[in-house]
Design a protein around this ligand. Structure first.
Ligand code: PLP
Length: 394
């Protein structure tokens, strides 16, 4: 017998996972090179060489009792200091080790901060489309998810509606830029407006409203686009970062939270979040990979690879008649379905071995997500299949 809260999860087992299994089935029949599986955001570009070297060096150089041992729930102080210094160099911030908590990826970071700040019934506002797990994470702490409907012209957040969705029960707002599933980067103007609205509402309600910046794609930005660092615009910002995509280490489960000094009650929030890391069962982020991060804070994956995929797939799809906002970051395209029911469109894609995720998996029906973190050859081979699919509609 399982808990009532788990029953809906078992019933609606994520569409993305089902798609993954479908991909394996098709690859078994047609061969991997003839299946165009755009369903999963699992990076295909390998981790930078520095990562492997750091693992090897650490095994030789570090005291194994330290390397594999328990530590402070917030993580190794030297690693947190390296991260703070790297952020300060790149974003002109003033962080120190005491602002950084190492987490088990962004997923765990979000859970840690939500556990730290949410009382039952309090609201967390998100902008559709959004990473659907946000709903699960908020409900883990008996919070209520409040959605702002999408602005499908630009996929920048719908700010007019946003202001109306804030209430005395609002505890946090989650933003994600560069964005999954649209690839959009929120402009500085957008961030400033979000900050302005939050300041006003904090005053009006006399409440602290946290802005949670979920940024696993921060480093994946193209065409020199600037990804604003949110703590500089709004004091009550908590940043949730992950190395899953930026260093292609999703299985290693490593990331961090930034809780800046400027945040109201910063020291208490930091202490509570460190304890949340412990009581949620992670205790601390994995030790070896923390130390690896400490040595590779400025390492980068080959961004050119994703960029070439992005341009080739985007240009191909537009040429065939599809409509899509040009993505500036992450590794996703969010394509308008040529028919109202995008699940029908996904089913049509399967006839050509194209696997796409329906927009309803991101609270935005009528669109499909393509994750282009696949090989360039696969992108090239998929184009004739997309052309055939397009001919069914245009
Ligand atoms: N947030 C967003 C927007 C994501 O797309 C993902 C993963 O795809 C996550 C969080 C979770 O990332 P992590 O692997 O670091 O837990």
């Amino acid at each position: 017998m399982i808990a009532d809260k788990m029953k809906p999860f078992v019933q609606n087992n994520s569409a993305i996972r089902e798609m993954f299994e479908e991909g394996n089935r098709l690859r078994g029949i047609y061969g991997a090179e003839n299946v165009f599986d755009f369903s999963l955001g699992n990076p295909n570009v390998p981790a930078p060489a520095e990562v492997k070297q750091a693992i090897l060096d650490l095994l030789e150089e570090e005291d194994p009792v330290v390397l594999h041992g328990y530590m402070n729930n917030a993580g190794f102080p030297d690693v947190r200091e390296s991260i703070a210094n790297s952020l300060n160099r790149r974003f002109d911030t003033k962080f120190h080790a005491g602002n950084i908590i190492m987490t088990v990826g962004a997923a765990s970071g979000l859970n840690v901060i939500l556990k730290t700040i949410l009382n039952p019934g309090e609201e967390v506002v998100v902008f559709a489309p959004y990473f659907l797990e946000y709903g699960s994470y908020v409900r883990n702490y008996d919070g209520v998810l409040v959605e702002v409907s999408p602005n499908t012209e630009t996929f920048q957040p719908n700010l007019e509606e946003f202001a109306t969705k804030l209430s005395p029960r609002t505890r946090a707002v989650i933003v994600n830029t560069p964005h999954n599933p649209t690839g959009v980067v929120y402009s500085e103007e957008t961030i400033k407006k979000i900050a302005e609205i939050l300041e006003e509402k904090q005053k009006e309600y006399g409440n602290q409203i946290f802005l949670i910046s979920d940024e696993p794609y921060r480093e994946l930005a193209y065409d020199g686009v600037k990804v604003p660092y949110l703590t500089k615009y709004y004091k009550n910002t908590v940043v949730g970062y992950s190395y899953s995509k930026s260093l292609s280490l999703p299985g290693e489960r490593i990331g961090y939270l930034v809780i800046p000094d400027e945040l109201e009650d910063s020291a208490t929030v930091f202490q509570a979040a460190s304890i949340a890391n412990r009581v949620l069962g992670s205790v601390n982020a994995p030790s070896l990979i923390q130390k690896v991060i400490g040595r590779c804070v400025d390492a980068q994956v080959d961004l050119e690879y994703y960029d070439r995929n992005r341009k080739t797939l985007y240009e191909g799809l537009i040429k065939f008649g599809f409509t899509c906002v040009k993505p500036q970051g992450a590794f996703y395209l969010f394509v308008k379905s040529p028919v109202a029911d995008e699940k029908e469109f996904c089913a049509a894609g399967k006839k050509y071995n194209i696997l796409m995720v329906p927009g309803s998996s991101f609270a935005c029906p009528g669109y499909v997500r393509l994750a282009y973190c696949v090989s360039y050859e696969n992108i090239l081979n998929s184009l004739p299949a997309f052309e055939k699919l397009a001919k069914e509609y245009f």
